[in-house]
Design a binder for this molecule. Structure first.
Ligand SMILES: [Zn+2]
Length: 76
């Protein structure tokens, strides 16, 4: 079975949600970055929220949003 980009994004979201203590959420752009990152690779911010609940919520949100955007692109 072929793995789609959409599946891998969803898998990444699930991976983050299953191990939220290894990640943190950027306060500047809401990206999820690895816990060891000093600055955000997207916005170069240095303020992060390490609350696992926030990380899980954001992972699910990003996974769902990416899925929706891919679907709507497919329909155009
Ligand atoms: Zn950021």
């Amino acid at each position: 079975m072929k793995t789609t980009v959409n599946d891998s994004r969803l898998k990444k979201a699930q991976e983050i949600a299953s191990n939220p203590v290894a990640y943190k959420v950027c306060e500047g752009c809401d990206s999820i970055v690895g816990i060891q990152s000093v600055t955000c690779p997207n916005c170069h911010g240095y303020r992060f929220d390490v609350d696992p609940t926030r990380v899980v919520d954001q992972a699910i949100y990003l996974g769902a949003r990416k899925q929706t955007s891919v679907t709507s692109e497919d329909m155009v």
